[in-house]
Design a protein around this ligand. Structure first.
Ligand code: NDP
Ligand code: GDR
Length: 337
């Protein structure tokens, strides 16, 4: 029988790819979206199905991770086989400006969801979007046994959610797993995360729309993978016989400076001529190096990434150049009329 899934954070980068993956597998997918005064469904508009569709397999619901009662009602109504908790205030730098809000949504929001599963009395499998940021100051390579040393309000909240997920598994026998995902990017990545900021900047510089790109710490090392491959690992974790926690990563560490070089070179540009330092993008406490060891996921989930950072930079630069060209063509049409 076809399965049903609920995705929180369905409007985000990962939520949109996961929705596509599950729909391809024949799932009925319910997505939680929050009310916004402007459109916030850009990443999923292409899969939206209106009420006129005879059999809708993709359904959106207004709710919020800060509203526990809405979560109980939603779970009771949908009775999903699988719940993917991807919703979060996910920006590390922003979490220093909004630590309480981040704690409420990214930390307590997970417990509200886990409690809602219990309160609604349903039997479901739960995926929690844990993060490599939890390792923070612990040196690489990091795996499932590496101690957490979070360095931001965001990662402190994620550590809380991680242990809450483990605790609901141990205390109530819930099938609840943590995917400890290292950075993963795509053309759908939010524009203020560093990779997308760079590739979008490259496209605009190439088109003559801007000359400078302002960035913070270029020495930070990250293990950047490709988001569509990472949502497949999430799904695999919920298909296992028993619940467990897994690191998902490429195993390759690259500095922000190296990623800059990959992206600018691909467009025939020299990053040194365009990039300027701005201290406002520094964090009060930085995470210097995250490089994951995903041996467990490879062995037990049969998961293996194909795209590494150089290829990722190419994919993202090409997509941003295309997107900008489309926008400019649209703008020209509007001006002509
Ligand atoms: P995004 O920032 O792209 O998406 C976050 C999603 O959460 C959006 O749909 C957003 O809605 C939603 N959201 C924010 N606040 C609330 C709230 N109060 N109630 C309900 N939903 C809310 O993140 P990604 O897709 O990149 O990441 C998905 C998850 O994985 C996040 O939890 C993130 O912290 C975690 N993660 C991400 C990694 C990465 O490299 N991408 C690595 C490791 C973990 P809206 O669109 O309205 O803002
Ligand atoms: P991160 O991603 O903090 O790793 O969290 P981000 O792209 O924001 O930063 C990566 C590194 O780049 C440095 N940096 C800059 N970062 C941003 N955003 N903007 C800049 O101008 C800039 N200049 C340098 C940062 O200091 C940092 O070292 C992401 C998020 O998706 C989290 O939700 C997720 O949990 C982790 O990845 C794994």
């Amino acid at each position: 029988m076809a399965k049903t899934a609920l995705i929180t954070g369905v409007t985000g980068q990962d939520g949109s790819y996961l929705a596509e993956l599950l729909l391809d597998k024949g799932y009925t997918v319910h997505g939680l979206i929050r009310r916004s005064s402007s459109f916030n469904t850009e990443r999923i508009d292409h899969i939206y199905q209106g009420p006129e569709e005879p059999e809708r397999s993709f359904v959106l619901h207004h709710a919020d991770l800060s509203d526990g009662v809405a979560l109980v009602n939603l779970l009771r109504d949908i009775q999903p086989d699988e719940v993917y908790n991807l919703g979060a205030q996910s920006h590390v730098r922003v979490s220093f400006d909004a630590p309480l809000y981040t704690g409420d949504v990214t930390g307590l929001g997970t417990v509200r969801l886990l409690e809602a599963v219990r309160a609604s009395g349903i039997h479901t499998r739960v995926y929690q979007a844990s993060s490599s940021e939890m390792f923070g100051a612990s040196p690489p390579p990091q795996n499932e046994g590496t101690p957490f040393h979070p360095r931001s309000p965001y990662s402190v909240a994620k550590v809380y959610s991680y242990w809450a997920t483990v605790n609901y598994r141990e205390a109530y026998g819930m099938f609840a797993v943590n995917g400890i995902l290292f950075n993963h990017e795509s053309p759908r990545r939010g524009e203020t995360f560093v990779t997308r900021k760079i590739t979008r900047g490259v496209a605009r510089i190439k088109a003559g729309l801007q000359d400078r790109l302002h960035l913070g710490n270029l020495d930070a090392v990250r293990d950047w993978g490709y988001a569509p491959e990472y949502v497949d690992a999430m799904w695999r974790m919920l298909q296992c016989d028993s619940p467990d926690d897994y690191v998902v990563a490429t195993g390759e560490g690259v500095s922000v400076r190296q990623f800059l070089a990959f992206a600018f070179e691909h467009a025939g540009l020299d990053w040194r001529e365009h990039v300027r330092y701005d201290p406002k993008y520094e964090r009060p406490s930085e995470v210097d190096a995250l490089i994951g060891d995903a041996s467990k996921a490879r062995e037990l989930l049969g998961w293996k990434p194909d795209v590494k950072s150089r290829e990722l930079a190419r994919i993202m630069v090409d997509a941003d150049i295309r997107q900008l060209a489309d926008q400019l063509a649209g703008a020209t049409v509007r001006v002509d009329r």
